[in-house]
Every structure is written in structure tokens, then in C-alpha cells.
Design a protein around this ligand. Sequence first.
Ligand code: KIV
Ligand code: ZN
Length: 519
Amino acid sequence: MSQTINGQQVKIFDTTLRDGEQSPGASMTLEEKLQVADVLEAMGVDVIEAGFPIASNGDFEAVNEIAKRATSSTICGLCRASEKDIARAAEALEPAESKRIHTFLSTSPVHMKHKLQMEPEAVLQAVIDSVTYARKYTDDVEWSAEDATRTEHDFLVRCVEAAIKAGATTINLPDTVGYSVPEEYKAMMEMVINRVPNMDKAILSTHCHNDLGLAVANSIAGVIGGARQIECTINGLGERAGNAALEEIVMTFRTRGDAVPYDTAIDATKITRASKLVSTITGFPVQYNKAIVGKNAFAHESGIHQDGMLKNAETYEIMTPESVGLHESSLVMGKHSGRHAFRDKLQELGYDLGDNAIQDAFRRFKDLADKKKEIFDEDIIALVDDEVFRGHDGIQVVALKVVAGTEGPQEAELTLQIDGENKTAKEQGDGPVDAVFKCIKTLCGDTQRLKLYQVHAVTEGTDAQAEVSVHLDEDGRSVVGRGADTDTLVASARAYVNALNKLIVKREKTAPDARDVTP
Ligand code: KIV
Ligand code: ZN
């Protein structure tokens, strides 16, 4: 089992907050983006693509706030090949200690003809103009040839050479539509290195989508072909089938340094926390058998495997769970555990909370301990995440009574505190969840569309906490709310109300997401 630091360094450019957030339903609030950015920085991510500043005020604010607080990662903003986009990205990035402007333009025949409706020569000129303009704001400029893998090689070579001449220091060759295969992607990198005369003045980057399930394999092939930056996301979040998964790339280099002698600066022990955080925030569950971070990734169920593992872990384990920050779920504490032990537990789980947040979480922990005999790490994580991501809570759940069962009608009576005032509604529905949500709509208005309702049991057993995600849409604004409780219906009400609170903040702060400008 080799888990050493190997060979040549490859930069990790994380785009969870840009390409990842762009995927339908994965939108995050400002506070959530800051949490993710903090974890990415603590992991050692070289470049954090924090957003697409011209896309919406929310994106601008997120890039700007992340730029203010980052100390070690380079913060990057995406922009199209226009002065307005680039100036807006530069403004958002202004406070960053280390900033990068990332500008892109399509170079494939199909994109140039149908999407851009531009002739190749005009595209080439726009590449030169945009990179030249971006260099007025920073020396660190990345240029991407969107749909590079379907671009004619002669034209790609001309664009890359021109971009470097205009001042680009990173050249990214995306497999935008997830169409390439490893040999071909590697060959494209080699072709560019061999044919672009000034290629030694910039580093090459991969950016692979996962439409054929090849994003990680293609990214690694790209590195073998000469790329030294990989663009990727936590849990492989991203447009359509997603991007290359950061955790898979990092652990491939760490585990198979003998075959692929490269490494990254990532602290792999932070992977599990980052994965859980992104999944919690977006409400996108991680598939059970997902490599590295899936619930079953380190589970050995079959008798033969268990027997082998007991004799020697290397029989079936190519990397240890601890190497990715996964520790055996431990029974935490019961209702007699004190504040001090709770604070230590939070630290062990990777939370760095202020005194007030710890107090609130401790109070909820005590409430939970009254309802649930055994409390595990996962319970604490669900409870604290619920607290941390509550954010603005002008609307709060005060009391809920539900009539459920085989004999209808199912009915709910819900009291909410709305801006300090208690209001109650009673509604019938097609099932108890429907009745609860109808009460909320009666009390708070019905302008949103419920896009997703999802329940997940935090631990095993019938007294497990239910973690509910609710995804709401309103005029192109998209939010994910979550709530956790031992009572699924209370958790559902909390999740819906949490989503509404986020929507209120979003309404105040941002114009509807300008999805039409996203690439
Ligand atoms: O997939 C893609 O081509 C992109 C670019 C904007 C880098 O996300
Ligand atoms: Zn992309």
C-alpha cells in the first residue's frame, strides 16, 4: 500500500463554487460558499474558482468576500471574453492577496458557428483582446478554449499560442461536453506542447466533464500528457454528469504513485469533511458506492472480505479510511456529557465554532440526548450543520401537531414565529408532509415551487435523526433548505422553513440568477 507523497506536483484548481454551483439545484448562499471556501483553503487547494462575478450580484459578492478572507489559496473569478465581464471579475477579486482572472471562449466549429456566431478569425482576435485586457488587472491570467476537445488542432494551436503571447499564464483545455477518452485527451496535451512554440511560458490545465464517466481518467491522462493543473470539484459536482472529482484524483496519485508519479498539495485527511459539507449544503446525496467518499467506500460486507481484512487489512484495502479523514463512527456521549467534552468533540470533527454557536449546539445536543439514547458522530454533525447553516431565521418553527395514518384525512397544525409574531395554520393534505407544507404556504405565501424533497436517516435505528433537504425555486432563484430532527415531520417543516429564510435573503440581496450568461 503506497500512500506517500510522490513525484511531480500538480496544482489543484477547485471549481466547486463555480462549475459545481452551476449545476441545477446546487445553488449555495453566501454563508455556505464561505464555509466551503474555508474548507478548500484548509485542504491546501491551490486555486479556488469562487464564482462568475458578472452572472449575478450574489456571485459577485461571494467572489469578493472569499477574496477578502483567503490567505493561502489563489482566488479566481470566471469571465467571458468581454471587457465588461473581465472588469467585473477584477473588481470582485480586488481584495485578494493572490488573484486570477479566468477568461474563456469557445473554439470548436460547432460552438463558433451556432453559439457564438463568429468566424474563427474574429474568435482568435477576441482571445487576444480579452487576455490582453485581463492582464491589465493581474499577471495571473488563465485562458480556456471552451470545447477544446472538439476543436480543430491547427486552430487550437493558433489560439493557445496567441493567448500565451497576449499574457495568459495558464492554458486550460476543457472537455466541455465530456466527449473525450483518455488516450485522446493525453494526445491533445502532447500535441499542444509539441506544436505551440511558446508553451514553456504557461502551464497546461485539464477540465473534464463526466458525461461518459471518464472525467477523472481523462484528467489523469491529461497530466501524463503534460498538464500540471487539474480543474475539479468536491464529490464531482458540476454541470450535467459533473466534473472530475477532486478526492478521486488526489487519492489516485497518493495511492498509485508507483504508476502515476505525481502529487498534489492537498491534505487528504480533510476530504471526508469537505465531501459531507458540500453534500449537506447542496442537498445532493453522495452515492453509496462513490469512490473515496461513498458510505460503502470502506465497508467490507462479505464474509470472505471480512475474514481477509481481519487477517491483514491490505488484503482488500488499498488505502486506509483514516487517510481520507474517515474515522470509525464512535458512540459520542449521552445526556450526562458535559460542555467541555462536547467542545472537544466538535474540534475533533473539524468544527471551529464561536462561543455562541457552541452554546446553541450544546443546548440542541442536550435536547437530542433526551430523545435518543445513543448519540454518534453523525448525529453531532447533523445537529451542528443544522445550527451553522440556519443563517437568517426570521421564520421559525414553534410547534407542530400532525394526524397521520391509514384513515384520512391527514392533517397538520403548525405554529410559526414570523418576524417575532406567532401565527398558526391548520391544513389537510395528501399525506402528513403535504399537510405540513400546505400550512407553511398558508402562513408564508405560495410563490415558490418545490423541486425536491428528500429524507435521509443520519444513523441506524428507529430513533435515528432524519435529515431532510428541501429544494425551492422562485423566479430563477434556487435554494436548498435542510432540517434535522428525530421526528421526520418536524425535520421536514424545519427544512422548508430554512429554505424560505434563505429565499428571503436571496430576494433582498440578488437579482434573479442570470443563468443565461453561464457557460
Ligand atoms: O466546461 C467548460 O468548458 C467550462 C469552461 C468555462 C472552463 O466550464
Ligand atoms: Zn466546465
